[in-house]
Design a protein around this ligand. Structure first.
Ligand SMILES: Cc1cc2nc3c(=O)[nH]c(=O)nc-3n(C[C@H](O)[C@H](O)[C@H](O)COP(=O)(O)O)c2cc1C
Length: 352
């Protein structure tokens, strides 16, 4: 799958490549996500009938063909002229759930048409409650069944490597970015809404308000500790996405695969736990499933496919990941997802 990285880099300008590939500060959390998987090994069982591997799982009463979904990634027309529409067509062809970013370059209504069903919608909470209400009711009217509130950027971030890539880009950005690179005011989901997001004063009270505001299922994206996972249960959240924003929010965090077990343990199966961050191989997905994740999200990999080959590239990335997962399920004697348990892996302390 990572063979798509280099053609994507070649297809993109330095500034857009920088937006895609980088993290924050020294990019250590970004690296930690990838390295985390190296501390877990597999414990295969043999002489089990693996002739019919079954990757199906049920999420909020809906059957998924595979436990892999597409993470919200903003501004996808920066990567390919068809942006989120190409991704929606690929997701439709590959029967995969797409989570649409608040800072999408195509409206939720147009993505729903291309996908053949409303996507899950990722919320960056607008700065005022009035704007939040308007955005949420628009998304609900578009038919979205799941709202994924990203809570890991409320404190701000320091994107140094991206800034260096931008400086290295000699092109005139103003035709596409009249209000300056990174401005979200003109994006389609901000029609009639001020382009300011992520109120730093937000607390668990905001979760309660959001909970009351919508009938959509509510997932919090960016939970990393048992303490916050327990608060999710207390505040009626329907699902947790363990994430550190692909290393793009806070520096020197644990990898998400290291954060996952304490979150899974503290919710005790009462709500589904999803995870994203650094998943590049079928074995990575397998390890998260063994630790109790319901499903796994990918961000950069499918955007590599999009940037290099459009819809076809996204489809191929999904096919490769699914084929790799299927292979490791057979190799380890766990032909269905229910058979993948903590006994399927061994976790090694990175310091030992
Ligand atoms: C270019 C880029 C843009 C992103 N935009 C968003 C976004 O708009 N909203 C959001 O919640 N997460 C966003 N993310 C984070 C992803 O949803 C996801 O958490 C992360 O990419 C997973 O890590 P991975 O890229 O290693 O697979 C973005 C990630 C990237 C790489």
């Amino acid at each position: 799958m990572m063979d798509f990285e280099e053609p994507a880099r070649q297809a993109l300008s330095p500034a857009h490549w920088g937006y895609l590939a980088t993290g924050v500060d020294d990019d250590d959390t970004l690296g930690a996500n990838l390295a985390g998987f190296k501390h877990i090994q597999l414990r295969p069982r043999h002489l089990i009938d693996v002739s019919k591997p079954n990757l199906r799982t049920e999420v909020f009463g809906v059957t998924w063909e595979s436990p892999v979904f597409l993470c919200p990634v903003g501004a996808q027309k920066a990567f390919h002229p068809e942006g989120e529409v190409a991704v929606a067509r690929a997701a439709r062809a590959q029967k995969t759930t797409q989570i649409l970013s608040t800072v999408t370059s195509v409206s939720v209504e147009d993505v729903a048409a291309a996908l053949g069903t409303p996507p899950w919608y990722q919320l960056y909470m607008p700065a005022t409650w009035d704007a939040t209400q308007r955005m949420v009711s628009r998304v609900e009217a578009a038919g979205c069944s799941v709202l994924v509130w990203t809570i890991d950027l409320l404190g701000g971030r320091n994107t140094e490597t991206l800034t260096r890539f931008r400086r290295a880009d000699a092109r005139d950005c103003s035709p596409c970015h009249p209000s300056g690179p990174g401005s979200i005011a003109s994006k389609p989901m901000f029609r009639g809404i001020a382009g300011e997001i992520n109120p730093p004063e937000a607390t668990w009270d905001y979760v309660d308000r959001l909970r009351k505001l919508t009938r959509m299922k509510l997932i919090l994206k960016g939970i990393e500790t048992a303490e916050d996972a327990k608060l999710c249960l207390k505040h009626g959240v329907d699902g947790i996405l363990v994430s550190n924003h692909g290393g793009r929010a806070t520096e020197t965090l644990r990898s998400t695969i290291e954060s996952l077990p304490e979150v899974v343990d503290s919710v005790g199966g009462r709500i589904p736990v999803f995870v994203d961050g650094g998943f590049r191989r079928g074995t990575d997905v397998y390890k998260a499933l063994a630790l109790g994740a319901k499903a796994v999200g990918v961000g950069r990999p499918y955007i590599y496919g999009l940037a290099a080959f459009g819809q076809e590239g996204v489809e191929r990335v999904l096919e490769i990941l699914r084929a790799e997962l299927q292979l490791v399920m057979r190799q380890c004697g766990t032909p269905s997802l229910a058979q993948i348990t903590r006994a399927s892996i061994q976790m090694n302390n990175p310091k030992s």
